[in-house]
Design a protein around this ligand. Structure first.
Ligand SMILES: Cc1ncc(C[n+]2csc(CCOP(=O)(O)OP(=O)(O)O)c2C)c(N)n1
Ligand SMILES: [Mg+2]
Length: 896
């Protein structure tokens, strides 16, 4: 039976029961059908009745919630296939070592942090996975991809310690990464532990959205015939508090629409986040059930442990289920913290019948009635169903206790998330509760414990992992063996446009098209677009390589008669994401890390509306860098003045500033088509041939102008960030004009005006990357600082400008702070012009005048500066401003 049917629960009408006799007969008849024909038949009849009721205007209200009990009925459960005793032992040892790791770290280094209580709540949920489900490989094929909850890291380290993959030294150096011995990073960071961690999950919400797009990308690779299909899954473990992040649930319908039955979410519903309850006044599991079921996910609730089964079975009044439904999460948390007597009084005590039901249980036994997420058999059954479910994604909502096993030190307490210091009594309690075989002295020392290799639990652990194809987490990135095409492969973009006016966006699309046609690497290219392909002139790709659609094209496209119709195909190459920059970024992440996850060196080119990219995706990009992701991000319709008409929320004058903070991002602001080709080629070489773990950001614009041919020898400068594009004619230059993107054309115009009208010779330089120039200069400066006795080295920017004269007037379509990045090496020569402030809807000419970056402002800035330096008559400069039409009394655009 599909769960969606199951979900249709008819709400009780709000009026009183006018005819109890009749009601009883109906209920009796229904029960009979349930008994005799089974739940499928019963559900069918109900939905038929509901349909008739709706048609007759007697529509019952529907709710997407089922009662607050387990989704899987006891009679449908299969027995747990593992050795419960050995698994419990293993889990207990992992619990102890994880706890010890954090307590030790904070004992010797107060304030170093770490988390105990999250893993304590999660242990059963992940251990059932490690012992029975998470496959490291399927034969020679890559296995499951598991996104583990980030701040539960101590638990995974503790497991790897038992497995012998980490040693005691590692554990002692948890959160001490910079000592002489190898340390363990606080959270999953592939950048810091590249052989261990696969997915950086600790920024809440990134794991879930990345997992969804990972599962989809897996299908994309399979449908395109690049990856052999296997039953591999993407598992994502989320905190219940984490689900409040929009990224956690914002893309779940994609998973359902794409029928991703290779995706399993497990939400650890310990009902708490950092400060307190996630929903004290509500019920997180019910809320999530409604959200996921509404999005057509298969929902499996694991609320109650096995010891409740008998109580539920014996309760013929329905009051136990009623009581379960009526208590709020805040109440459930208090039940844990206050213990058995309180539970008897406040939970069961509400109805005398329930007190009778548990009369045979002691208070201690009541307190120990387990929650579903701590019962391996319930968890196993939920996972088994999830794995076997076909046609869509599954979410397992498992109820647990935050700080499970910590007792007074934090079980269910509001402070538990931050608990990192346990006193001796508390640690003794823990060891006793989980039967950790260590002496009080060892507890006092907070010693780690690993049984001998031949202990039955150790043998069991290794056998389980061997059966499942190896240990996890583990990252195994093979060296990429790709040869980047030589630069002349892009020759048509190098030779200029012969006067034809072309935008850099068109030039980029052309270069990408060439890349797509490359016989050896074309199939690795993944164009990613969040619904702006037409804006960027990419629609020809629709026909050429098709839009990926997992189900193909099930409808007749409205434009099918046209040559460039909207062609959706199962093995399409373009990822048309729809309007979700975050989703597209998650696809970019899946593609850009596919070399590490699947051994497939996919080359994503993600093109978006420049303004709507970085501001939204910052955190995802940081995680992308951490993941050692590769690929090209292209900010199209770039520039605060070049994107005309659109106005304040559209015009990007700062993405280069935002990109400059990403350590592995190489950012360029090219002016001409050949610069784009050079950057693209070198990016391919560095990332895919030299195996550097970096990625590229490039801005492209929609202004059409003639594209010049590449000047001889420009390639090195393009890549390093600057080269002389047009030297002054007739004598040494008295001023240096820097331009980037379309503003380079303004610099060239200014060069001409300065020469013709004011007799001033100027060199024009194309600055392709201020951030790369700065990085190089900082590295050289650092070397100089650390080697005071060695001959001083010169940064590239100084080498290039050696012997040049006069001020440097820099203009770009970005904020002045972009050019300011290299000010320290320009000895006070720099005058930065830029587009600080909010954009406006206007045409380019007015925008460039407004932001004072146009040719005339470059000329005015030059004359003004030369006047200040005593190299140009000040009165003449004032007059020139008037001639140029520069009004010195206008307010500053940065603040208007
Ligand atoms: C985006 C983001 N914001 C804040 C944090 C800090 N933080 C770490 S754990 C945590 C609470 C997590 O609660 P929950 O998701 O319920 O996980 P639990 O520890 O209860 O399993 C917070 C706020 C973070 N890691 N990421
Ligand atoms: Mg929680």
């Amino acid at each position: 039976m599909l769960l969606a049917d199951n979900m249709l629960q008819i709400k009780a009408p709000s009026v009183d029961d006018l005819n109890p006799q009749e009601t009883a007969e109906w209920v009796q008849a229904f029960d009979q059908i349930l008994d005799e024909a089974g739940p499928d038949r019963a559900a069918f009849l109900l939905s038929r009745l509901a349909g008739r009721a709706r048609a007759a205007g007697a529509a019952p209200q529907y709710a997407v919630n089922t009662p607050y009990v387990n989704t899987i009925p006891v009679e449908e459960q299969v027995p747990f296939p593992g050795d419960r005793a050995l698994e419990r032992r293993l889990k207990s040892l992992i619990r102890w070592n994880a706890l010890a790791m954090v307590v030790r770290a904070n004992k010797y280094d107060p304030g170093i942090g770490g988390h105990i209580s999250s893993y304590a709540s999660l242990a059963t949920l992940v251990e059932v996975g490690f012992n029975h489900f998470f496959r490291r490989s399927y034969g020679d094929e890559p296995g499951d991809l598991v996104y583990l909850q980030g701040h539960s890291a101590p638990g995974y380290y503790a497991r790897a310690y038992l497995e012998g993959r980490l040693n005691e030294e590692h554990l002692r150096n948890f959160r001490h990464e910079l000592r002489e011995h190898p340390g363990l990073s606080s959270y999953p960071h592939p950048w810091l532990m590249p052989d261990f961690w696969q997915f950086p999950t600790v920024s809440m919400g990134l794991g879930p959205i990345n997992a969804i797009y990972q599962a989809r990308f897996m299908r994309y690779l399979e449908n395109r015939g690049l990856l052999k299909p296997t039953p591999r899954k993407v598992w994502a473990f989320l905190g219940d508090g984490e689900t409040d992040e929009p990224e956690s649930t914002g893309a779940i319908r994609i998973a359902a629409n794409e029928k991703l039955d290779n995706l399993i979410f497990v939400v650890n519903c310990n009902l708490q986040r950092l400060d307190g309850p996630v929903r004290g006044n509500g019920k997180m599991i019910q809320e999530l059930e409604a959200i996921f079921a509404g999005a057509k996910w298969n929902v499996i609730k694991v609320i109650w442990g096995g010891d409740w089964d008998e109580l539920l079975a014996r309760d013929k009044t329905g009051l136990l289920e009623k009581r379960m439904n009526e208590c709020l999460d805040g109440d459930y948390q208090t039940f844990v913290a206050r213990g058995g007597a309180y539970i008897r009084k406040e939970f069961f005590g509400k109805y005398p019948e329930l007190l009778d039901l548990v009369a045979h249980l002691t208070d201690d036994e009541l307190a120990r009635l387990r929650r579903g997420g701590h019962d391996p058999e319930k968890v196993y059954n939920a996972y088994k169903r999830a794995v076997e479910y076909e046609g869509g994604p599954t979410v397992v909502l498992a109820k647990t206790i935050k700080g499970y096993g910590l007792g007074e030190a934090g079980e269910g307490r509001n402070i538990t998330h931050q608990q990192k210091k346990l006193n001796e009594q508390e640690m003794e309690y823990f060891c006793q509760r989980f039967e950790i075989p260590i002496t009080p002295e060892k507890i006092h020392e907070v010693a780690f414990y690993r049984p001998p290799e031949d202990a039955p639990e150790m043998r069991y652990m290794h056998e389980r992992r061997a059966e499942l194809g190896g240990y996890l987490p583990e990252r195994k990135a093979k060296r990429i063996e790709i040869e980047a095409p030589p630069l002349d492969y892009f020759s048509e973009t190098l030779t200029g446009s012969a006067g034809r006016e072309v935008s850099t966006t068109m030039a980029f699309v052309r270069a990408m098209t060439l890349l797509l046609r490359h016989p050896k690497i074309g199939h690795y290219v993944v164009p990613i677009i969040p619904d702006e392909a037409r804006t960027f002139g990419m629609e020809s790709l629709f026909r050429q390589i098709g839009i990926y659609a997992s189900q193909g094209q099930l409808y007749h496209p409205v434009d099918q008669e046209m040559f460039l119709y909207y062609r959706e195909v199962k093995d399409g190459q373009i990822l048309e994401e729809g309007i979700t920059e975050a989703g597209a970024m998650a696809s970019f992440t899946a593609a850009g890390t596919s070399y590490g996850n699947f051994g497939l060196p996919m080359i994503p080119l993600y093109t978006y509306y420049s303004m709507f990219g970085l501001q939204r995706m910052g955190d995802l990009l940081w995680a992308f860098g951490d993941s050692r992701g590769k690929g090209f991000i292209v900010g199209a319709t770039a520039g605060r003045t070049t994107l005309n008409g659109e106005g304040l929320q559209h015009q990007d004058g700062h993405s280069h500033l935002l990109m400059s903070v990403l350590p592995t991002c190489v950012a360029y602001d090219p002016a001409y088509a050949y610069e784009i080709a050079v950057i693209l080629q070198d990016g391919l070489r560095r990332m895919y041939q030299e195996n550097e773990d970096i990625f590229y950001y490039m801005t492209v614009y929609n202004e059409n102008y003639a594209q010049p041919a590449m000047p001889e020898g420009a390639a090195e400068g393009i890549l390093k960030g600057i080269y002389r594009f047009k030297a002054a004619e007739g004598g040494a230059a008295a001023v240096q004009l820097f331009g980037s993107g379309p503003m380079l054309n303004e610099a060239v115009k200014a060069q001409q005006t300065l020469a013709e009208k004011y007799g001033i010779a100027a060199d024009v330089w194309s600055v392709t990357s201020y951030s790369e120039l700065r990085r190089e200069a900082l590295a050289v400066e650092r070397w100089n600082r650390l080697h005071p006795a060695e001959p001083v080295r010169q940064p590239y920017i100084r080498q290039v400008l050696k012997g040049t004269q006069g001020p440097v007037i820099a203009s770009s379509d970005y904020m002045k702070a972009i050019a300011d990045q290299i000010a320290p090496w320009l000895d006070g020569r720099l005058v930065a012009l830029g587009t600080d402030g909010f954009g406006r809807s206007e045409n380019r000419e007015h925008l460039r005048d407004f932001f004072e970056v146009s040719a005339k402002h470059i000329v005015a800035a030059t004359l003004s500066r030369l006047a200040r330096e005593g190299k140009f008559d000040a009165a003449r400069a004032v007059q020139a401003l008037g001639e140029l039409g520069v009004n010195p009394e206008l307010p500053d655009p940065a603040r208007r």
